[in-house]
Design a protein around this ligand. Structure first.
Ligand SMILES: [Zn+2]
Ligand SMILES: [Zn+2]
Length: 219
């Protein structure tokens, strides 16, 4: 072994040893120990307080329950080891009326949906909450021009599924856009949150497409 190298190694070892000793002395200092303990306790009680706050929030509770239900459903589905059946094609309206065909979505529109689909619910955002995932709500009939672009991302509770009662009791704005039973519908949804057109502007602005939204809304 090169002696130079051996000397360097020895020096490094000594340095390490000194550092270990310093650390030992520090750790055996009761003042230091008390400080470490107090820090750990503060961290723990902060975490407990945070959890307590969350547990008193019906929105959080309902979300946790929903997650649990989804996990259970997935487990059940897996246990069955069966692929979910694909939905039968929607029945066509018939009769003497002219039947308009739904517009198909272009690649551009699919890209737009992908971008909007990454956002949190725009109606929840109005109230400072972030809820995922979202689905795409069509503000106009699916037969009119640009119908697949005049859309907003909404969470299930804001879109078509009424939230659990305890959530609505604390968050009276959690009103679905599509009415179910006596809850929801456009006027109630807009009164509780914001106008759909405003929500669309917000969503488009968030994905850097504000100008496009302004043009679409002027149509
Ligand atoms: Zn929402
Ligand atoms: Zn919808």
């Amino acid at each position: 072994m090169n002696t130079d190298y051996a000397a360097k190694l020895e020096k490094a070892k000594q340095q390490q040893e000194r550092a270990r000793e310093r650390q030992k002395a520090k750790q055996s200092n009761p003042e230091y120990q008390a400080k470490v303990k107090a820090k750990a306790q503060a961290r723990a009680s902060k975490a407990v307080e945070k959890k307590r706050q969350k547990l008193s929030d019906p929105l959080y509770i309902a979300e946790q329950r929903e997650k649990q239900n989804q996990a259970n459903a997935r487990r059940l589905e897996k246990a069955k080891e069966k692929k979910p059946e694909s939905k039968p094609p929607a029945a066509r309206k018939s009769g003497t009326k002219i039947v308009y065909r739904e517009r198909s979505t272009s690649t551009d529109e699919k890209r737009l949906w992908d971008e909007l689909g990454q956002l949190p619910c725009v109606a929840c955002l109005v109230h400072g909450k972030e809820r995922y995932p979202v689905s795409i709500h069509h503000m106009r009939r699916r037969t009119v021009e640009s119908c697949h672009k005049i859309v907003i991302p909404l969470c299930d509770w804001h879109h078509d599924t009424p939230a659990p009662k305890e959530v609505i009791e604390s968050y009276e704005w959690m009103i679905p856009r599509h009415a179910k039973d006596s809850l929801g519908g456009k006027p109630a949804f807009e009164a509780a949150n914001a106008k759909e057109t405003e929500l669309m502007l917000t969503a488009y602005t968030m994905i850097g497409r504000r100008e496009e939204a302004l043009k679409l809304l002027a149509l």
